[in-house]
Design a protein around this ligand. Structure first.
Ligand SMILES: [Zn+2]
Length: 560
């Protein structure tokens, strides 16, 4: 009896302590509570919940609606999710942020379906801004009913005083009008630069289309964007990201002026999306000199990564393969100028890695991927093992033998599933069926325990994460010809796509302890969706929209 009495007394004390801990006045009130939600946390400790409490910019508690009530105070802002799905904010691991903002501001040739329509859109722009360079555009000749590349003759009649330099949607080709070619000094005598091609007609005259490194010749003549224009572009990009639930972005190849704009907006506390910037490798010493290392910076703006290019793109037939293109038997594609000669890139990788910078290398073709893995392996041998998180951007066509090497070398595959449903329309014409089997091979990467980070490659593809997830889980090409999926064995599940888009991308930027899941202590970056992407039909995922976007506990977008 005595013992039982003691036990009861002990239990009573424990119960008192427990109640005490749970008393609301014992803890500060939350600034924000999202309740009545279907919370998908991407945290294996507590995968599902109903409510989240936030103080300042961080999550303080995750649990049932009842548990979160204890965090309510007089000033707590309450968001009733009405049973909708709450996810960690999306982290787009590969995009071009300023270009995105500029695109929202530019002539838009993406939907042009004929040479005539293409020309009319440029004519309208030239009338509105006759002195400004017409740039951007993102045209796709595969959408033209002619199916052929545009030529300068299409636009010359109304652009005698307006320089035109509009790029293909993948950024690897662009059309210059006669004025722009003249400003760049390109004539029929001009030789193709290394890593580039000046397309010519039957008589040997430039048609206006320039490929890869040849584009630089015109690009170099475009006057720099003003500071105001750039700030406007970044603000537009930020608003667009907030609208789509993108709470973090990893910006590939920003210029110093882009960085200056980010810094200015960070100081003004105007950044509503967190930015991790990977400037071009050519400038690696700029960061190394002042001791910037991977992940350096504030909660909103971080540096310490580098972007370089191994090759071009599949669309422009400049992706570098072991074997020739099926539709161009004399070509295996091109290595990019960063990789010519290979010793230059090897040295830059090695030195920047030794300086503590993170390297992200664009590789599309199977041989480009293989060469990049070889180089990574050499750097590891020379500089020793450490937590460096090498990344291959795109990792698009991978030789069978190389999937395992991604894991062995701990290389992150930073992939953009939307390209699969876009390029999937015509990729087999270019590379044949067998090579297509290991193309955009997301399932194979996961099966090989390779870490995936997801992104859009905006502006090459739309920023909207719903389209990325839709693409990853359906692989249904945009032309409707593969409703059950193009190479369906490579589909991944919604949960896998969400994890790669949140934790996977956070890991890829050394931020997995700070974000990527809805976990107490982490930054309160979350997105509330209109519908439950785990229960709607896969084909309906693309129609799901964002209701509310929260970054650091702040509501940065609210549809209602
Ligand atoms: Zn890109």
């Amino acid at each position: 009896m005595k013992n039982v009495g003691l036990r009861i007394a002990q239990l009573f004390v424990f119960a008192l302590l427990a109640v005490n801990v749970a008393l609301p006045q014992q803890r500060p009130a939350a600034d924000l509570i999202v309740t009545n939600a279907k919370v998908w946390t991407v945290d294996s400790e507590r995968p599902r919940a109903e409510a989240v409490a936030v103080i300042g910019e961080r999550i303080v508690a995750v649990g049932t609606a009842g548990e979160m009530d204890a965090w309510r105070g007089e000033k707590t802002k309450l968001i009733d999710a009405a049973g909708r799905l709450l996810l960690p904010g999306f982290n787009d691991a590969h995009l071009h942020f300023v270009a995105g903002g500029v695109q929202l501001d530019n002539v838009d040739l993406r939907e042009a379906s004929s040479h005539k329509e293409f020309a009319e859109l440029i004519e309208a722009r030239a009338k509105r801004f006759p002195k400004d360079w017409i740039t951007g555009g993102d045209w796709d000749e595969q959408k033209f009913k002619e199916g052929r590349l545009p030529t300068k003759e299409l636009v010359d009649p109304f652009t005698a005083d307006t320089p035109v330099f509009v790029n293909r949607y993948d950024g690897h080709e662009a059309l210059a009008n006669s004025l722009a070619l003249r400003l760049a000094g390109i004539t029929r005598e001009t030789k193709d630069p290394p890593g580039g091609v000046i397309i010519r007609d039957a008589e040997g005259n430039p048609t206006g289309v320039l490929k890869d490194a040849a584009m630089e010749m015109v690009a170099a003549k475009i006057p720099p964007m003003s500071r105001e224009r750039r700030l406007r572009a970044v603000r537009r990009a930020l608003a667009h990201a907030a609208r789509h639930g993108v709470t973090s972005v990893q910006d590939m190849g920003p210029s110093n002026a882009d960085l200056a704009a980010y810094i200015e907006l960070d100081e003004k506390r105007e950044l509503t999306t967190r930015i991790y910037a990977a400037p071009p490798i050519a400038n690696w010493q700029d960061q190394a000199k002042v001791g910037i290392r991977r992940g350096f910076g504030s909660a909103y703006l971080r540096l310490g990564a580098l972007k370089s290019f191994a090759d071009g793109s599949l669309g422009s037939a400049t992706a570098y393969f072991f074997r020739p293109y099926n539709d161009a038997p004399k070509s295996r594609g091109l290595l990019s100028s960063d990789f010519i000669p290979l010793t230059k890139e090897r040295q830059r990788l090695q030195r920047s890695d030794a300086a503590g910078l993170q390297n992200c290398v664009h590789a599309i073709g199977d041989q480009a991927n293989s060469i990049t893995l070889d180089m990574f392996s050499e750097v590891i041998k020379t500089n020793g093992t450490k937590d460096r998180r090498f990344r291959i951007e795109h990792a698009q066509h991978v030789a069978k033998k190389d999937f395992e090497r991604f894991r062995q070398l701990d290389v992150i595959a930073s992939v953009q599933p939307y390209h699969a449903i876009d390029d999937g329309r015509w990729a087999e014409k270019r590379i044949g069926h067998e090579r297509a089997l290991t193309t955009y091979a997301f399932r194979t990467f996961l099966d090989n325990r390779v870490r995936l980070a997801l992104g859009s490659d905006w502006t090459v593809a739309p920023l909207n994460p719903m389209l990325t997830i839709y693409a990853a889980v359906t692989r249904a090409t945009l032309d409707g010809k593969h409703p059950d999926g193009w190479i369906p064995e490579e589909k991944i599940k919604v949960a896998e796509a969400v994890e790669a888009y949140t934790m996977g991308s956070a890991y890829a930027e050394f931020m997995e302890k700070e974000k990527g899941s809805i976990t107490p202590g982490k930054l309160a970056d979350m997105v509330l969706l209109s519908d439950d992407i785990f229960s709607v039909k896969p084909e309906a995922i693309r129609d799901v929209t964002v209701a509310t976007t929260i970054v650091g506990g702040r509501v940065v977008y609210n549809r209602d």
